[in-house]
Design a protein around this ligand. Sequence first.
Ligand code: NHF
Length: 492
Amino acid sequence: MSRSLKALFLAAEAEPFVKIGGLGDVAGSLPPALRRVSIDVRLVLPLHGVIKKQGLPLHFVCEFSLPYKKKEIIVKVFSLEWAGLTVYFIDGTPISPTAPVYSSDPLADSLKYAFFSLAALRLARELDWQPDILHANDWHTALAVYALKQLRATDPFFASTASVLGIHNLPYLGNGSSALLKAFGLSPGRHALLPKWTQTLPLPLGILAADRIVAVSPSYAREILTPEYGSGLDEFLRARADSISGILNGLDLERWDPLNDSCLEKNYSSETLADRKANREHLQAEVGLPIHADAAIMGMVNRMDYQKGMDLLPEALTGLSLLKQKPAFDWQMVILGAGDAEIEARARQLESEFPTRVRVVTRFDVRLSRMIYGGADVIIIPSRYEPCGLTQMIAMRYGCVPLGRSTGGLRDTIFDYDQTRESTGFLFEEATPQSLLGGMIRALKTHRDKQSWRELQLRGMAQDFSWDRSADQYKKLYADVMREFSKNPEGA
Ligand code: NHF
């Protein structure tokens, strides 16, 4: 029998230990799913202050030091067993117990994550556990991939470890890291197409060195090769196009299940979809909207930042209210999200512009977000770019029909109403209020046809967004990378 493939998985955050954004969902779900398909995966996380405070039953594993400038930084490693795998936590002075996972100080963050990346790589050696695959994610851990490539030339321990770099959000390159390479004994990266200003930044260096690069959706994998989405790296990325592919993230189907969600007024499944009505009314009452049975409730659950396209909404809603449609559309909107103060303020203004129709809640509120998925008819996701996106998958599982911009993972997971009988939602093309308005009109017209709407809901609820599906694809990718790597260990 062949032995299990060994993968060392590095991430800045992972649920349930710490979650700030979508990366935390992925790093908390993918490693256990890989374990279920017989990959011997071990997860490595920084011992952030918020994790320390939880009083987890951690075991001391080892202590070693990393050369930094002319000194050494002590690394302490702890572990626990979780979901059938070992999770390691790296501690050391750059990982301050009082700092947030991502701070507003780029220098402190880059030092923290460079230290973490290099310590995590060294850990494999300290454990005498030779990974077949090093799987790093985003800029925070990309330097491990780069350091691995340099090490492979000199250290037989790592000679047969291939690397995979996951891209969850390309624009974050790891600014602030310029001086760190030298301090940690690494040389700058060189490539004719790598812009000079990026030659010391973790993500570009990781992209330069990785044996395979995986974006979190096939469409995003193609989009990052274009000037519009390439963050200045598109030409360089095109040179590496043969090594770039996309695998869609999954959804934790147990955490997101309308039949088992304690935040809902009434639990339901595709068999009892009519019970959803109680959740619509409950949502309307909760936010103080008139209880109209026929109103199409549009929801939005999003971080309020430029990426998420919240700023497209005011003009689109104005357009909607000025339509001379007969009979007029009966719509309501519940917006939930926090983030950029200006975008929040503009969103709040909508309440006074549409007092009987719009409610805006600018805070982080898990319960209300679940009530929106379980009670709204449409979820609006007007992202300018969306590497994968979770909102649309959750919404579909809850029978809430997504209206999303045709980009990245939204494009790969929402099948547009006009184009296919297999449709699960609505897509609009341009990141403009007019294009969003066009999508809203299509959704609201369809909503009037109760039978078609129900079919849309049911098709969305029947989609397979399981992590097991993604894990199978990663397993195959790992095997491919290893095969290619063993033929050509010099790699890219
Ligand atoms: O789902 C996890 C997440 C993605 O689209 C999301 C994003 C950040 O922007 O892969 O990463």
